[in-house]
Design a protein. Sequence first.
Length: 267
Amino acid sequence: MLKIGIVGCGAIGTFISKKVADGTIKNTKIVALYDRNIEKAISLSNIVKAKICRDVDELVRGDLDLVIESASVHAVEEVAEKSLKNGKDVLIMSVGALADKELFLKLKKLAKSENRKIYLPSGAIGGLDAIKALKLGEIKEVVLKTTKPVCALKDALKNLGYEPEKIKEEVMVYEGDVFEAIKNFPANINVAVVLSIATEYSAKVVIVADPKIKLNRHEIFVKSSIGTLKVCVENVPFEENPKTSALAAYSAVRLIMDLAEPIKVGT
Ligand SMILES: NC(=O)C1=CN([C@@H]2O[C@H](COP(=O)(O)OP(=O)(O)OC[C@H]3O[C@@H](n4cnc5c(N)ncnc54)[C@H](O)[C@@H]3O)[C@@H](O)[C@H]2O)C=CC1
Ligand SMILES: O=C([O-])CC(=O)C(=O)O
């Protein structure tokens, strides 16, 4: 039985928990929950009957095997470091935090010394299986173009001085490197960082706000000496959190299911 603790009981944390509760993910139990908004932890505990923890320290000290971070980029350092130091594997959804190379290398070193794993799901994008193989050649170009409805980008746009309600036509709201992208769109573009980690190449990122689109679209372009990959995913957003694509949560569910599979499909 795989015992899981969840930090961040929002759209993704709740979705994964429901898939454990309904038996889609077998031989697994959610045993501990933490959310800085206690109401979120309480409503999730009504579904999975797990212990509600006061803080991350209490959660990582518990009897569990895997901690899922589904909170925010700001939570990653504490959750991952404390999980690994307490002998737990960690699955990170807010991969954007790892754009900080120092943090990435610190956690990698810690996972190695503690003989633990850090899992980074493909999240809301596809093609990482092929991209990891393309990386064995020479990567020449990596581009991610993300188009989301204005409402999904609203908070970030306001911080950047846009008036989201005045956007009536599609508009490019960002073009630049992955570091500034995740700084400005921390809840929208984690996928650019996972792409950069997989390719070990700083992706060029373009973000478009489109008032007419209903889906979250990610267009991925990777050129390597081995070949070129073009993938376009069009994701249904979560009703509870339109910033997040359902595929991101399904990808984590799949990853957890695969931990127990005797046959591994794909790279
Ligand atoms: N890797 C990927 O492809 C994707 C990653 N994400 C990221 O996954 C994370 C979770 O996404 P959602 O479930 O949609 O978000 P959400 O906003 O629905 O839920 C996040 C929950 O975490 C809690 N929280 C936030 N900061 C916290 C902290 N420091 N400590 C404890 N609790 C905290 C909030 O109160 C909230 O209940 C976000 O960072 C999001 O940006 C989302 C979509 C795709
Ligand atoms: O869910 C998505 O479409 C992508 C996303 O929010 C992220 O990468 O942060």
